[in-house]
Design a protein around this ligand. Structure first.
Ligand SMILES: [Zn+2]
Length: 114
């Protein structure tokens, strides 16, 4: 987990090296509009892409590129509104507090069981 760094990690600019091209090489847009990541994943199933000697979360890069920088303060995380962990469509991503993200995940699980 530590290799992925914290919220404060510098975000890779799309024009830095080949990251932008490698991003699109590994994205498949499915019928529901999800941008599914086909590349490497970490041990909890999130897409990662290596750049500048470290791994970056693909959905966080996408958010930063298409929506805006993720503030380092405020304990914020990115929620997948489509519930597809490998999705990197910025329209399916929302910046929320970790508590809110946990609450949403909890309710989604409850609905799945019901
Ligand atoms: Zn999606």
């Amino acid at each position: 987990m530590s290799r992925l760094g914290s919220n404060k990690a510098a975000i890779v600019h799309p024009l830095d090296g080949s990251v932008w091209l490698r991003f699109w090489d590994n994205i498949h847009i499915d019928a529901s509009g999800c941008w599914l990541w086909l590349g490497a994943t970490n041990d909890v199933g999130y897409g990662v892409i290596g750049a500048n000697s470290r791994n970056h979360y693909v959905h966080r890069l996408s958010y930063a590129w298409f929506v805006g920088a993720i503030p380092p303060e405020g304990d914020l995380t990115i929620d997948h509104l489509c519930r597809t962990t490998l999705c990197a469509n910025p329209d399916h991503l929302e910046l929320v507090s970790r508590i809110e993200n946990f609450r949403r995940g909890h309710e989604a699980r409850k609905r799945a069981v019901a």
